[in-house]
Design a protein around this ligand. Structure first.
Ligand SMILES: *Cc1c(COP(=O)(O)O)cnc(C)c1O
Length: 458
């Protein structure tokens, strides 16, 4: 029998997260006065224990016992050898994936929602606000808040709210409250509606709403939570790559190629970061974040200082960005419709350690259907972007007759995204490729912004 699932025992789960800030240099986030942000400036937005993690440069950070106990509902996640896909492609490459679809909400996101809810609880917070694109983050945070008895309020990007009604049901199942964004509940939402009453919404707008709702709460016991982009989110996600490394060791393999889809960068970073130090120390690994061609943050947008949200409430972050006013086309991969990118991932792209790629949504979904038939799991539309590039590399390995080891992250399942596949089957799904004019227009916003330095970590 082929061993498809390479499994760690529960007590072999890693007990520490890997913090890449110990090994790379980053431009600091800047406040409204143009100076680096101080931890206390962030105190109205996040609990101090998470702010400490955000700025920590300790290489290894202990995972609290309470968090491990909840991770144990679905972790360690399987490392799967994709025999079905390998056979269908006739490739000599060995293809492995981390199956992050096995968590209760169905994606990698609870790897960070659980510790975030835990640290908020420890800090005495009673309610957390957040935004969600496709609804995966909102459901992951609702799930985590339910574990710790915290209230959860979610601003969900309008287009996804309409396309994916069952995500809202999932949030409600776990006690979360969900409204469509832009909403009339916040100034940021009302302003966005005044600019365009028919706006599909964007993550940037929804983030502004959620931050505003947190900081304007008079009780002082509400904070905001972000599901990607920030350093502490990347930190929590490294459990993926740390497990994968152990699992590959069990079968005597090491990746030649690492691939993940990238929206804000967290599932990709979670898989890739634990291998970056090896690469810096001379290991030959090719590492590829893959994004939608309709929202080409890493492949076509500049490395700049920009706000993480549309209203400009967040500090300026050093990142690849399409501009905080950019409203991405309403593609079917809500989780990848974000104007910016994690500063840590952006920094490593700027240093040439990661090589970003983009694929169109039709190619991505088509690949998702092929892979569902060979591997069985129905992938999230986000994951299909990674899959499309995995197939390109597997075919290259075939042409070169090389037994490459390809490792990728299966970031989530698509059981609540069947509407998108349905559109594909009925031929009503289109590709969106951004024109250079639209890009140039949205980049004008950076004209008077400070520029990040080109730092070299090694
Ligand atoms: C949210 C999400 C993504 C994109 O977010 P990242 O922070 O880039 O990982 C990708 N896949 C799935 C299934 C998601 O839910």
């Amino acid at each position: 029998m082929q061993v498809r699932n390479i499994l760690l025992k529960q007590d072999e789960m890693p007990r520490q997260w890997y913090n890449i800030l110990a090994d790379i240099k980053l431009n600091p986030p800047l406040g409204p006065d143009g100076n680096p942000v101080k931890p206390e400036d962030l105190a109205p937005v996040f609990p101090m224990n998470l702010i400490e993690q955000e700025v920590s440069s300790e290489r290894w950070i202990d995972i609290p016992e309470e968090v491990l106990n909840i991770y144990a509902i679905w972790r360690p996640s399987p490392l799967v050898r994709a025999y079905g896909l390998e056979k269908a492609l006739g490739t000599p490459a060995k293809i492995y994936y981390k199956n992050e679809s096995v968590s209760p909400p169905g994606s990698h996101k609870p790897n960070t929602s659980v510790p975030q809810a835990y640290y908020n609880k420890v800090f005495g917070i009673k309610k957390i606000t957040t935004e969600t694109g496709a609804g995966q983050w909102g459901s992951a945070l609702s799930f985590a808040c339910a574990q710790f008895g915290i209230e959860c309020k979610v601003f969900m990007v309008r287009v996804s709210f309409d396309q994916k009604p069952y995500r809202k049901s999932m949030m409600e199942m776990w006690g979360g409250k969900c409204v469509a964004s832009p909403s009339t509940e916040t100034k940021a939402g009302r302003d966005a509606l005044a600019r365009d009453p028919d706006t599909p919404g964007s993550l940037g707008i929804a983030i502004s709403e959620a931050i505003e709702a947190a900081v304007s709460d008079q009780t002082g016991q509400t904070r905001y939570s972000l599901g990607s982009v920030l350093n502490h989110v990347m930190l929590h996600q490294t459990i993926i790559g740390l497990e994968a490394k152990k699992q590959l060791e069990m079968v005597g393999d090491y990746p030649d190629i690492i691939i993940g889809c990238a929206g804000g960068g967290s599932n990709f970073a979670g898989l890739a970061f634990p291998f970056v130090l090896d690469k810096m120390n001379g290991k030959q690994i090719e590492i590829y974040p893959v994004e939608p061609a309709a929202c080409p943050t890493l492949t076509r947008a500049p490395f700049v200082y920009d706000h993480g949200d549309t209203a400009g409430y967040t500090p300026l972050l050093p990142m690849h960005s399409l501009g905080h006013a950019f409203v991405p086309p309403p593609i079917h991969t809500g989780g990848l419709r974000y104007h910016g990118m994690s500063p840590t991932v952006s920094q490593l792209v700027a240093e040439g350690l990661f090589e970003p790629k983009s694929v169109s949504q039709l190619d991505a979904l088509k690949t998702g259907i092929t892979v569902a038939r060979t591997e069985g799991i129905i992938p999230a539309p986000e994951t299909t972007h990674a899959l499309a590039y995995v197939i390109q590399e597997a075919e290259k390995a075939k042409q070169e007759s090389k037994e490459k080891v390809i490792l990728f992250n299966w970031s989530g399942h698509g059981l609540l995204d069947l509407g998108s596949y349905d559109k594909y089957f009925t031929g009503s799904l289109e590709n969106y490729i951004l024109s250079d004019d639209v890009l140039a227009e949205s980049e004008k916003i950076f004209a008077n912004y400070p520029k990040p330095q080109l730092l070299k970590s090694r």
